[in-house]
Design a binder for this molecule. Sequence first.
Ligand SMILES: Nc1ncnc2c1ncn2[C@@H]1O[C@H](COP(=O)(O)OP(=O)(O)O)[C@@H](O)[C@H]1O
Ligand SMILES: [Mg+2]
Length: 252
Amino acid sequence: MTESATPLLELRNLKAAAEGTPILNGVNLTIGHGEIHALLGPNGAGKSTLAGVVMGSPLYEITGGQILLNGEDITDWGPDVRAKAGVFLAFQYPESIAGVSVVQFLRQAMSARTGVEDLSVLEVRFAMMEWMERLGMDAAFAERHLNEGFSGGEKKRNEILQMALLEPTVAILDETDSGLDIDALRIVANGVRTVRAEHPSLGCLVITHYQKLMDELQPSHVHLLVDGAIVESGDMDLARAIEREGYEQWRP
Ligand SMILES: Nc1ncnc2c1ncn2[C@@H]1O[C@H](COP(=O)(O)OP(=O)(O)O)[C@@H](O)[C@H]1O
Ligand SMILES: [Mg+2]
């Protein structure tokens, strides 16, 4: 198999539990180079769990199956090692983080990704400025403090900036419950497009209910997760069928 034919991310019969309760019951999913996949499913299906399990969140226990990144088995790797290897989950920072500026926060995230501990603030600021310009963001945003009056759109800006600067192999965007307004949605869509233009091989898994976001991103693959398993995969036609008919017909 040539290197480019090796998928970026492969989930093989992945099973996971939280506090002893099985949540994922055998998920199979393969994301190739440059592909955008959308993951849909009713509330409680296990979408956020899937994102957490791929990141190596300690909240979940993997009870079966495998996770492969670029063909390498990362099932037993800790979250920090996975992040360093290029798995990215748009981080919903806890409300308790305040008084840390966006640039300081991104410096930490970049250190974790690159393994370089003494990245200079200047260096980070420079990379950030470049990306903020590409993304059409105001330079003053770098000095804002996390959670101090961030709008939904500003939270999304911070996440997209992280994704741009960390240059992940695979990015997971869990947009299900975040109450995206139209501006925030546009920031995410433009952000993903801009980052992909720079890094065409980036693979994306976008978890969303928003048909508008899918229209903007045009995922090549659409999956439906019900009760912890993917019950159907297809293209945008599947997303449109779900939008039209709801999840009812796919419920067991
Ligand atoms: N940390 C946890 N501990 C216990 N149960 C959890 C935990 N996280 C999720 N669950 C349960 O797993 C199921 C799937 O949740 P979740 O992955 O958040 O679904 P979705 O994102 O598709 O709405 C739900 O029944 C939820 O209550
Ligand atoms: Mg969720």
